[in-house]
Ligand binder design. Structure first.
Ligand SMILES: [Zn+2]
Length: 357
């Protein structure tokens, strides 16, 4: 499974549960303190399941308590702990839910592998391997409490980590996650890569509930053996949801009139490409407006410098200004990149980019 930056956990949890990328899902852009974490304003897997009358349950790190509307969670256990001792408590709370079939949608959040990455030497250390082995043992316990002819198990994470330990940026190791699905409703096999936004709609189809309203992903029907009525209803449900999202997005950025003209079909791919196009148009317009006062300021600065022409450092300053102007001309107008980590593929990429400019 692949995700998009930022690869911090709060954006990752938000993407997984809303099925929308961080720019649209309205979740935190980076990890906020517990007291500052906002509750989802967008639809999500748990709210959708709860609306359909399913009993929902979450056991894990206490950030979930803030992110998911708690009125949509029936059973819960949250902890501020992230280590192996915290995971033992998380399992203790969740196992009875599975053993007694108390809920239909259960999230169990095992955190100690991430903890080992941050605090015990990173993914290359033996502590990481030990934490992963303990997490595997917990997974075995989870499976033993399930009946995979009736239940479905999904194992995934919200990010990877760099070798030195940590995540949050655009590093390829941080944006690659495991995704395993097994049990009832699953067509066993190896499948092409999926995107993190596909998780929520795919699980929604499996649960027979509404697609989360803001999802940008698609139901991975090839992985599933869905009931006939769900398969029949899915194309119309997908196209309704995508059109609803496009219209809400277009109206939020003041582009209602152009949105439908660009749409070739109601498929997820076409709708998402129109959303991307509208976004580019909006950003380009805003940048042009910002460029005018910036240009005036630059002209004033150059005029002042020209008056200082006899000063020795003049040619160096002029060279520097010329480089900055050329760099931004290429970066912003020729390559239409954004001023954020999202436009930087890697350190090397940025260095080569600067050098070749
Ligand atoms: Zn982490």
């Amino acid at each position: 499974m692949h995700s998009q930056p930022p690869s911090f956990s709060e954006p990752g949890y938000s993407t997984i549960l809303t099925g929308a990328w961080p720019e649209i899902n309205d979740g935190p852009t980076f990890n906020l303190d517990y007291e500052d974490i906002p509750t989802f304003t967008q639809d999500n897997l748990f709210s959708s399941a709860h609306r359909s009358g399913w009993t929902t349950a979450v056991s894990g790190y206490y950030w979930f308590e803030k992110l998911i509307p708690q009125s949509d969670i029936d059973l819960s256990f949250y902890t501020p702990g992230e280590d192996s001792a915290a995971d033992i408590e998380v399992m203790k709370a969740a196992m009875p839910w599975l053993q007694n079939d108390e809920a239909q949608l259960v999230l169990i959040h095992i955190d100690q592998v991430d903890y080992a990455g941050h605090h015990e030497g990173g993914p290359q250390s033996s502590n990481w391997d030990a934490a992963a082995t303990r997490a595997d043992t917990m997974l075995t316990e989870v499976v033993s409490a399930m009946d995979l002819s009736k239940d479905t198990l999904v194992v995934f994470s919200d990010h990877g980590q760099i070798d030195a330990g940590g995540h949050g940026g655009q590093d390829s190791d941080c944006l690659l996650e495991p995704f395993v699905i097994v049990g009832a409703g699953v067509n066993p096999g190896q499948y092409p890569d999926i995107q993190m936004v596909d998780l929520a709609p795919t699980l929604s189809a499996l649960l027979g509930i509404n697609l989360p309203a803001s999802t940008q992903g698609e139901v991975k029907t090839d992985m599933l053996t869905l009931p006939e009525d769900v398969l029949i209803a899915l194309p119309a449900a997908t196209s309704d949801q995508q059109l609803g999202l496009l219209s809400a997005y277009a109206s939020a950025i003041g582009k209602e009139t152009t949105s439908l003209k660009l749409l070739k079909s109601n498929s997820v791919a076409d709708t998402q490409s129109v959303i991307n196009e509208l976004r580019s148009q909006k950003l380009f317009g805003e940048r042009v407006i910002r460029a005018i006062p910036t240009g005036i300021l630059l002209a004033v600065a150059i005029t002042l410098l020209l008056r200082q022409r006899k000063n020795k450092s003049f040619s160096w300053v002029l060279g520097g200004i010329l480089f900055v102007a050329l760099f931004n001309l290429r970066y912003l107008f020729l390559d239409r990149k954004v001023y954020s980590l999202s436009s930087i593929i890697s350190q090397t990429d940025l260095i080569v980019y600067i050098a070749t400019t």
